[in-house]
Design a protein around this ligand. Structure first.
Ligand code: LLP
Length: 439
């Protein structure tokens, strides 16, 4: 077992200083990457990505009935799907776009689960057409809608019922989902009605088990123990009451990563041990067979593998106040600081660590005062033309990016073994206007 797993590092695990004294990732000099591809540039390190995927596999290795489903919402591109699929991962998908992308990337569609609180008929049709493995049904409307769609394919679609387990975890309120007052899933008092409907009316649905997700960027382990307790208790109760034999639980994702030294997520092995222990304890308690377990990690798979490179431009010294340095990206390529007050670490990629650090605030380029990427960080004499490397941007950066101010979305490169390859091209102005209609 390694000392630390990938999610406990701030930097990609291949990070070094190059012979020239620049920051290097997987043998690629980041300053040269910036020169070659331009900035802002998303850089994904394949070694870090594959390492965490393997750590998850190893951590659950002795629990044979597990399906790892990468949460596509954290980062979805065809190449990322291909890499994770080659590591044995399936996919949590939440939209027609994610379903379409994983399908085009050659993913075995039986290894996908379709989640979401308001799936459209078109999306359900696509899911059935392409053969999505499980659909996590969130509410009563969806039950009847999906039943109709499945009937039109003359299929019995395998479903999980999404429940609100009533568990609060200590994370930002926008990314808490398991507490009772949540927009997601059936309340526990509604679940029997949902089961009855499927048994009596919705003959084109087959319930396999239950699904829950308690939140994101979680540092506690006890919440997973408790969540599994709720899921298995409900499974037992439903099986007894309706004479069923449901035996699948999907516990969602949520394991945190280390954005700054203040973050202390458990390792993947610690989380896996708690999950396995909770399953063992509760199966004994409720006299259940070990369930088929689905887990849906997103951030902890792709977060640490990604960095963003920016070029520093203008700066401003507020008299008797802060020094702002501006970069050529910001809230459109990474909305997390302005949305959640998220914090990041960064370094000047072209300057050795030993030069004199200065306290500055890194401002984005977008027309919005709130577009501040990093408040009060020590950087090595940041000057126009320097390359800033922001760590831990692999999750929920590109996937939440926008074209605010009609700025082009950055390119993404994959680095490995001193080689770099474009996996998402930089947008062009032509693409920006391609859907505009002039009357
Ligand atoms: N499964 C379900 C049903 C989810 O809703 C989510 C995340 C995940 C899995 C993956 O969670 P993860 O392992 O990535 O924590 N945009 C926010 C995060 C929103 C997460 C939404 N659901 C952020 O940037 O922090």
């Amino acid at each position: 077992m390694p000392d630390k797993t990938v999610n406990q590092n701030i930097k990609p695990i291949t990070t070094k200083i190059s012979k020239k004294g620049n920051l290097e990732i997987s043998g690629c000099d980041t300053v040269e990457l910036a020169e070659k591809y331009g900035t802002p540039l998303y850089v994904m390190d394949e070694v870090t990505l594959r390492t965490i995927a393997r750590q998850y596999k190893e951590a659950f290795g002795d629990y044979k009935k597990v399906n790892m489903m990468f949460a596509s919402k954290a980062l979805m591109t065809a190449q990322i799907a291909k890499i994770l699929h080659s590591e044995g991962f399936g996919f949590d998908v939440v939209s027609g776009g994610e379903i379409y992308t994983v399908n085009k990337a050659g993913v075995d569609m039986d290894m996908t689960t379709f989640n979401g609180s308001n799936k459209t008929t078109d999306e359900l049709l696509l899911a059935l057409e392409l053969g999505v493995g499980r659909i996590s049904v969130d509410n009563f409307l969806e039950l009847s809608l999906l039943n109709e769609v499945a009937k039109s394919f003359d299929k019995a679609q395998k479903v999980l019922l999404r429940i609100t387990p009533g568990i609060e975890c200590h994370t930002h309120e926008y990314i808490q989902t398991g507490h009772l007052d949540s927009k997601f899933g059936f309340d526990l008092v509604q679940i029997d009605e949902a089961v009855e409907l499927v048994m009596n009316e919705f003959k084109n649905l087959e319930i396999m088990g239950l699904h829950a997700h308690i939140g994101s960027q979680i540092f506690e382990t006890q919440v997973y123990y408790d969540e599994i307790g709720v899921l298995l208790k409900e499974l037992k109760r439903i099986n007894d009451k309706f004479n069923l034999n449901l035996n699948e639980i999907n516990i969602g994702g949520g394991l945190g990563i280390t954005y700054t030294e203040a973050d202390c997520p458990p390792s993947v092995f610690e989380i896996a041990d708690v999950i396995k222990k909770s399953i063992k304890d509760h199966c004994e308690m409720y006299d259940l067979d070990e369930p088929l377990l689905y887990i849906e990690p997103g951030r902890s798979i792709v977060g640490t593998a990604g960095v963003t490179l920016y070029t520093i431009g203008s700066s401003k010294q507020v008299p008797n106040g802060r020094r702002y340095v501006a970069v050529d990206g910001g809230m459109a390529d990474n909305p997390r600081p302005s949305m959640y007050g998220a914090k990041y670490e960064a370094v000047i990629a072209n300057k050795k660590e030993d030069s004199k650090p200065q306290k500055v605030t890194v401002a984005g380029r977008f027309c919005e005062s709130g577009d501040i990427l990093i408040k009060d960080i020590e950087l090595n004499s940041p000057t126009a033309g320097d390359i800033l490397c922001v760590f831990n941007t692999g999750a929920y950066g590109y996937s939440m990016s926008s074209n605010y101010n009609r700025v082009l979305k950055p390119e993404m490169v994959l680095v490995n073994n001193s080689q770099s390859d474009i996996i998402v091209k930089r947008e062009t102005y032509q693409q920006l206007i391609q859907n505009d209609v002039i009357l």
